[in-house]
Write a protein that binds this ligand. Structure first.
Ligand code: 6PG
Length: 244
């Protein structure tokens, strides 16, 4: 499946289209398997999408059949302002009838390596994996950093080389901290990957990432689901340098 690129007028439109994608993916997974697995992205861009899901999809979605994981997490306590879990909890979980057992957060209370290992075993249990099976998320939401990173797969970081583990504690030199992140094998085994990119600050990197692969391959360019849909959703401002 090739790369789809959808450009919408602005951030509210981005959220509406993304929410509709979320609903479609949820309904087809639940119709097929009676549950839906989604990995959320962190950072600022998805916060308003999560709020929209809370406001407009509270009764429209069977939250008891939705299992939510995280594509990555900052190595901070769950109540810390930088916590992706805290952001998603404030914007979404605390407003919809999702059972606590359906929320799979990274336990950053542990040391980084133990947190990554525990999250991997949680994924293995959640998806009923055997041996070297990979979890197949129905939907993975991703963002794009201005250095071309996605999840917490940063340029030059060790996690880029990971080929077998599902989750790693990735040292991020520029932030002098660890991030817990899903690895490329997991991202590329998803049924659908949806990148959300908003704002003029992302125009240059989006042009480079969606343009022909240059000398250096950005981590976000390595997200190519082997048997899944890849959709880049961007607003006008983020897409303004893309050649149409
Ligand atoms: C994180 C994210 C990260 C994010 C990009 C874009 O934990 O920060 O998962 O990959 O998606 O950094 O972040 P913004 O949406 O804040 O620009």
């Amino acid at each position: 499946m090739g790369t789809e690129i959808k450009i919408v007028p602005d951030s509210p439109a981005l959220n509406r289209v993304a929410a509709a994608e979320f609903q479609t993916a949820a309904e087809s997974a639940i119709a097929e398997r009676d549950w839906f697995s989604v990995a959320l992205s962190g950072g600022n861009t998805p916060r308003s999408l999560y709020s929209l899901l809370a406001q407009e999809y509270k009764t429209a979605l069977p939250w008891n059949k939705i299992h939510i994981s995280f594509g990555d997490e900052r190595y901070v306590p769950p109540d810390h302002p930088d916590s992706n879990y805290r952001m998603a909890n404030e914007a979404l979980f605390s407003h919809v009838p999702i059972p606590a057992g359906n929320i799979h957060r990274v336990r950053t209370e542990l040391d980084p390596e133990s947190a990554a290992k525990e999250y991997e075993s949680e994924l293995r249990t959640q998806f009923g994996l055997k041996n070297n099976d990979l979890p197949r998320f129905d939907l993975v939401l991703l963002g794009l950093g201005d250095d071309g990173h996605t999840a917490s797969l940063f340029p030059g970081s060790a996690a880029l080389q990971e080929t077998s583990r599902l989750v790693v504690a990735n040292w991020v030199e520029k932030f002098q901290t660890f991030r817990i992140t899903l690895t490329f094998p997991v991202l590329n085994h998803a049924a659908e990957v949806l990148f959300l990119v908003s704002g003029k600050g992302k125009a240059q990197i989006l042009k480079e990432v969606l343009g022909p692969t240059g000398a250096t391959e950005f981590p976000s360019q390595r997200v190519r689901p082997e048997n899944g849909r890849l959709l880049w959703l961007a607003d006008q401002e983020a897409a303004r340098l893309l050649s149409r």
